[in-house]
Each structure stands twice: as C-alpha cells, then as structure tokens.
Design a protein around this ligand. Structure first.
Ligand code: COA
Length: 310
C-alpha cells in the first residue's frame, strides 16, 4: 500500500525587528538603490532564535490544522542555524510544543525545507500518520555585519506545515534532491564563524541547478512547465529568480516572491513564499505548485505538489 501526504495547515513567523536598506546603509558602505537593483530586497526581519521562531510558526500551523499536538508522530526541522550544536533544535521545539514523537533536524542549507518535506513523505509512506515539517533559519546570527557582500542578503524567519498521511498517493507528484559537495567552498561558515560566499559564482550556478532540478521533478511527475500554476523558488535574489523562471519558461505572474520583505531566510524562504501565496488566495484546488531551491553544499531540491485546500 502506498500512502502519500497532504498539507492540512500551515503557519509562518518573522521576528518583529525590521532592518531596511537605509538601516544597512547607516551601518556599512551600501545604499538602497544598489541593494534593490542587485537583489530585489528592500527590508528583512532579524532576531529571535531558531527554536522560538519554529515554535511560533508551528503553533499557527497546528491551530490551522485543528489537530491535537499529541497526534503528530514525527517532527522534521530544517535549519542550518540550530540554537546549539547538541541537541538538535527540534528537541527544544518538540518540548515547547508539548509533542511526544520522533524529532530531528535536517541541514541542507537553503534547499532544506524541500528536503524536509520530501523526507516527511518518506516517513508517511512507511507508517507515520501525521508529520510536522518546519523550515527555520536565523542567519543574522552567522552574518558578518561588516561584510556588505553578504549582510545585505541574509535574514531570519520560519514556516511550518502539518502533513497528514493519505490513503491515496497524496499531493507530492514528483521530487528531486541533489548536492555537489565539491562546490562547498563557494558558500560556507565554520562552526562558530560567519558566512563566506563567492556571490558571483553562486549566482551563476544557482540558476542552472534550479532549472535542472525543476525539470527533473516535473519529469518524475509527468508534467511540463505549462502545467505549473505557481512556481515557488528559493528567495535568494530577484535576479536569480527572474533568470531561472525565464529559462524555465514560467512567467513572473506565476511565481511567488516575498524576498523584498524577507531577504534570504534560507530554510524559511520557500515556506514563507508558498504560504504567503496560499494566504493571499493565489492557490486553487488542483493547482500544480513547483517548489525549487538551491543552497550551500551546493544543494538543490524541488517538489511538484498538487495543491489541495485543507
Ligand atoms: N553595496 C554597494 N556596492 C556593493 C555592495 C553593496 N552591498 N556589494 C558589492 N558592491 C560593489 C562591489 O564592490 C563592486 O564594485 P566595483 O565594480 O567597483 O568593484 C560592484 O558593487 C559589483 O559587485 P559584485 O560582487 O560584482 O556584484 P554582483 O552583481 O555580483 O552582486 C550579489 C553581488 C552578492 C548581490 C550577487 O552576486 C548575488 O546575489 N549572488 C548570489 C548570492 C546568493 O544568492 N547566495 C545565497 C545562496 S543560497
């Protein structure tokens, strides 16, 4: 028997503190025009911990799903910025939410939420009944605030969803997970250190690996780009999103973009964009959604989902 999964509730959380491009201009040699033109980002939210943001988004997801927390039998938290090295931040989140279930962290950098979502489906297919999938990062904690090449990009946030097992094959129609560790030098942070990035090279490769991954997921689903009602790309840079969507042949009207408000929130980026679109009523029953991310590692991940209103 094959069981799939279906999202029955979601929630997001952003820290209260907002940093605008003008705020950054007062801290370093940059300006609103440069940041806007090169990245599309206007402001970002910073603050809080990975566990506190995760608890906030998960509580909203559980409330929307209208389920008893005790019915959740697995928690998968995607983060590249755990509260501590040990234990996994999912343990802190599990306890704060009052769950008693298997709980673990996944680190696939900015592709992490899609990794976690696909992993949850694997667990649902072998007997788990209800999964809580969270994507949270607090990149502001590992950003070098004197480096204008990275400080303008990264920020904090969280998105979560409750995914129920279904008797049928569920809403995940195709997926792709990839990584190329030989490129790890392009984007990394040592333990206790801050982010180092070769921005130009990451940019160049990001477009190609997003497009490749999207094609692989769509092929597995037996669908084409014309079937995609909404593309939800990793929110790293508006120019990367533009280039990837242009190469895919998906117009920007069919693309979810929130990065002007959020910056690059890594694991939270795709759920923030997806659930923003859902909250705005941009998704109808049966719509095909393409999530596609890339990140340090260099990872790539995509998933083709048939949207079902909870
Ligand atoms: N403000 C003002 N000027 C800046 C600046 C800033 N924040 N950062 C760099 N500059 C300057 C540079 O010094 C350079 O000046 P020069 O021409 O006099 O030497 C010029 O702007 C161009 O810099 P460059 O690094 O070539 O810009 P870019 O067009 O490559 O944009 C990024 C830089 C980081 C925005 C871009 O490379 C990028 O987004 N890369 C992908 C990063 C990413 O997505 N990472 C996360 C992956 S999950």
């Amino acid at each position: 028997m094959t069981t799939g999964g279906r999202i029955i509730g979601w929630g997001t959380a952003l820290p209260d503190k907002v940093l605008t491009n003008d705020d950054l201009s007062a801290m370093m040699d940059t300006n609103d025009q440069w940041i806007t033109e090169r990245t599309g980002i206007k402001r970002r939210h910073v603050g809080g911990s990975t566990s506190s943001l995760s608890v906030a988004s998960a509580q909203r997801a559980i409330a929307m799903a209208g389920v008893d927390p005790s019915s959740i039998d697995v928690l998968v938290l995607s983060t590249t910025t755990p509260d501590r090295t040990v234990p996994a931040t999912s343990a802190t989140v599990q306890n704060a939410l009052g769950l008693r279930c298997g709980a673990f962290d996944v680190n696939a950098a900015c592709s992490g939420f899609v990794y976690a979502y696909v992993i949850a489906h694997g667990l649902l297919s072998i007997g788990a009944k209800r999964a809580l999938v969270i994507g949270t990062d607090t990149l502001s904690r590992i950003t070098d605030w004197s480096d204008r090449g990275t400080a303008i990009l990264f920020a904090d946030g969280s998105g979560a969803c409750v995914v129920d097992a279904t008797a049928d094959s569920g809403q995940l129609l195709g997926w792709d997970l990839d990584a190329d560790g030989s490129l790890e030098h392009l984007l990394y942070a040592e333990v206790g250190g801050s982010i180092h990035m070769d921005g130009k090279e990451v940019f160049r490769r990001a477009v190609r690996i997003m497009v490749d991954s999207a094609h692989k997921s769509l092929a597995k689903a037996g669908l084409g780009v014309d079937d995609v009602a909404l593309c939800v790309p990793h929110q790293a840079n508006a120019r990367i999103i533009d280039a990837a969507c242009r190469q895919l042949g998906i117009p920007l009207e069919r693309t979810a973009v929130v990065l002007h408000e959020t910056g690059n929130t890594s694991s939270a980026s795709i759920p923030l964009a997806l659930f923003d679109a859902a909250d705005r009523g941009r998704l109808n029953d049966g719509d095909i959604v393409l999530m596609v991310g890339f990140g340090a590692g260099m990872t790539a991940a995509s998933a083709v989902v048939e949207w079902r209103k909870p």
